[in-house]
Ligand binder design. Structure first.
Ligand SMILES: [Zn+2]
Length: 417
């Protein structure tokens, strides 16, 4: 347990995380272990009970139930607010742990647990005053490796699940690969993929999953590899095997896992109008109401309706790119002309307004005023590595690849970070 005063500020958590990620780039992978150590038992005679906050619960209700007085409740509420910036409890998320010296003793310590990684400890001094201290739970980060293969009729999701990759990690991996791959056309049976990701442990027990550290996918257009790397200035990003930025300013496929029903073409028979004209975007099949994320960060320059596009949003991104999203059933709240949006922020919902044969997203990328094929256009990376950083990246990658090689042979092992 590492003690600190102002932990509720999430910055500390971030710092801790960055430090751990940085370790790997600085020191060689040293420990590969196969067995988990069992959770340590508390040997003292103290009595602990944990209460999960339920809807309708208030701090005072929960404290009074434990036999605390109204004076205690007021003092605790005051110190929680001033020292830990906690004013309300979140149902189904926050936990309270009550500690007594023995079964019949009054509560001497209360631990508010807003996350597995930081806790707020309230202790009652001999003078009857309540003191508040925030405590960072140290995490033991282990990098684990999973690999799999696409089978006939498979989706990447199915194959990933079969490989034992947790759903949350799969979503992250999908988001990453979507910058480089077109899941509709690049995925075939027989292709292999692998993921190196973090598992966070505390006292020998797995608490949650961390970040994706490396991904590899044998796509049709070539092997896609991405590595998470921390630069000397402390910022982290994903880079390809050559150290070029893997996160692009735009996404080829804004909606994950949506099937392409119509491709970009300079010449196509329009399904509604009947005559031949260019299809200036890509159509993704998705059900009505599916959130449409912005393909990249930018400013909304149109939020409107026309006969062809129905409800549509147009975003201008940094540089020379614009994207357009058509046939929306409705716009997202707060998205108006002039709104700045983040990459991935929901801007509207799939629908079938305008000239459309069924619910789908029609997506366009416009580069310097010209429509381009979202599936093939070369997209600019958000950040690239300088010469010196590239060298460090390559050293780091070599170390990581060596670790991965070991894990490939021994899938039950992990890398101690
Ligand atoms: Zn279309």
């Amino acid at each position: 347990m590492k003690k600190a005063k102002d932990i509720l500020n999430t910055n500390n958590l971030t710092k801790l995380v960055l430090a751990l990620a940085g370790l790997l780039s600085l020191i060689a992978i040293f420990l590969v272990v196969t067995k988990q150590t069992p959770r340590q038992l508390r040997m003292s005679g103290e009595c602990r009970s944990v209460v999960m906050v339920a809807s309708g619960d208030t701090l005072s209700k929960l404290l009074l139930e434990q036999g605390l007085t109204h004076n205690d409740v007021n003092a605790i509420a005051k110190v929680l607010k001033s020292d830990a910036e906690i004013t309300t409890l979140r149902a189904d998320r926050d936990k309270l742990e009550f500690v007594r010296e023995n079964d019949d003793a009054p509560v001497s310590k209360i631990v508010v647990i807003p996350s597995p990684w930081h806790q707020v400890e309230l202790t009652c001094g001999e003078d009857g005053q309540w003191n508040c201290e925030t405590v960072d739970v140290e995490r033991d980060v282990r990098a684990v490796y999973r690999h799999g293969e696409i089978l006939d009729g498979d989706s990447f999701y199915l194959a990933g699940q079969r490989a034992g990759i947790p759903a949350g990690i799969l979503i992250d991996v999908y988001d990453l690969l979507a910058f480089e791959m077109d899941f509709e056309r690049d995925v075939r049976a027989g292709q292999k993929f692998s993921v190196l990701y973090e598992e966070n442990f505390s006292e020998g027990q797995k608490i949650d999953n961390g970040r994706v550290l490396a991904v590899s996918f044998e796509a049709l257009r070539g092997n896609v590899q991405m590595y998470r790397f921390r630069k000397s200035d402390g910022t982290t990003g994903y880079y390809d095997a050559d150290g070029n930025g893997a996160i692009k300013s735009l996404k080829r496929t804004p909606i994950n896992n949506a099937k392409i029903t119509s491709n970009f073409s300079r010449n196509r028979k329009h399904p509604v109008l009947g005559y031949t004209r260019a299809h200036k975007g890509v159509d993704f099949r998705a059900s009505t109401g599916t959130p449409i994320p912005a393909a990249g960060a930018g400013r909304v320059i149109a939020r409107s309706y026309n006969k062809g596009h129905g409800n549509f949003v147009k975003i201008r991104h940094n540089g020379s790119y614009e994207t357009l999203y058509a046939h929306m059933s409705k716009f997202a709240k707060g998205v108006n002309v002039g709104t700045n949006v983040r990459q991935g922020q929901t801007i509207g919902y799939v629908g079938s307004t305008g000239y459309s044969t069924g619910p789908h997203l029609h997506y366009e990328i416009i580069k310097d005023g010209v429509h381009v094929n979202p599936m093939t256009v070369k997209l600019p990376a958000i950040s690239n590595l300088g010469k010196e950083e590239k060298k460090k990246f390559q050293e780091y990658r070599k170390v990581l690849e060596k670790g991965i090689e070991k894990l490939e042979k021994n899938p039950t092992m992990y890398i101690q970070m």
